[in-house]
Design a protein around this ligand. Structure first.
Ligand code: SAM
Length: 203
């Protein structure tokens, strides 16, 4: 019997499996953050689906990052993030409903958007209400059409909502939402792994 994504990740937060995500995602995330922040002076950032908060903790160390906010739908993930980083800003909320108090310069998200019933609607919502003008959305995903080894993950992990789209389809979600300078590339490709698909665009 499959479970909802947030319920599965709540179990991961309590059994320690969340810690492997920092290890497995850090290569792509460091490339994404370097790309997204290269021309920014002071900036504010939301990590959408922040898990245990490891990216927010990293951003908090960057002197150019004035405010880093983490949001995740899993209460155990957010409790862990707050425990590890008591001065950090974390919210527990469903990304499809949560709203920031103020729009930000950068929205970052690693391995999260395909867990939505309607990922395209989340791309639109970020564009319309989370980002300042000229703000950037950058996401990384490992579960996508061209990465064929990922196709068994819904069964392997017992997760009920995992939306499979191609690189072209993801890119069109950004374009249709109104983003400009949309681009996508892959990080960490090997012979049997198509890499983390990175997508980005500017409002
Ligand atoms: C694969 S984990 C990635 C976590 C983190 N970005 C990282 O790289 O370690 C996916 C995260 O998305 C969160 N998530 C899934 N669906 C969500 C939703 N609808 N609203 C908020 N968070 C959600 C899960 O709770 C989980 O922490």
């Amino acid at each position: 019997m499959k479970q909802l994504p947030i319920d599965v990740f709540s179990t991961w937060a309590t059994n320690g499996k969340d810690e492997g995500m920092e290890k497995n995602h850090s290569l792509a995330v460091s490339e994404m953050l370097a790309f997204a922040t290269q021309n920014l002076e002071d900036y504010s950032c939301i990590d959408a689906g922040c898990g245990n908060g490891w990216v927010v903790r990293q951003l908090a160390q960057q002197h150019r990052c004035q405010h880093a906010i983490g949001v995740d739908g899993s209460a155990p993930m957010i409790e862990k993030a707050k425990r590890l980083h008591p001065m950090g800003t974390y919210f527990c909320g469903n990304l499809m409903e949560w709203q920031p108090q103020e729009p930000v310069d950068l929205v970052h998200s690693m391995e999260v958007f395909y867990y939505m019933e309607n990922p395209k609607a989340l791309v639109e919502k970020v564009f319309q209400t989370w980002l300042k003008p000229n703000g950037r959305l950058i996401i990384g995903i490992d579960f996508y059409q061209e990465n064929t080894v990922s196709h068994t993950w819904p069964e392997d992990c017992g997760i009920s909502i995992m939306q499979l789209f191609s690189q072209k389809q993801w890119q069109s979600f950004f374009e249709q939402a109104g983003f400009r300078e949309v681009s996508s590339w892959r990080v960490g490709e090997t012979a049997d792994w198509a890499g983390t698909l990175v997508l980005t665009g500017i409002k």
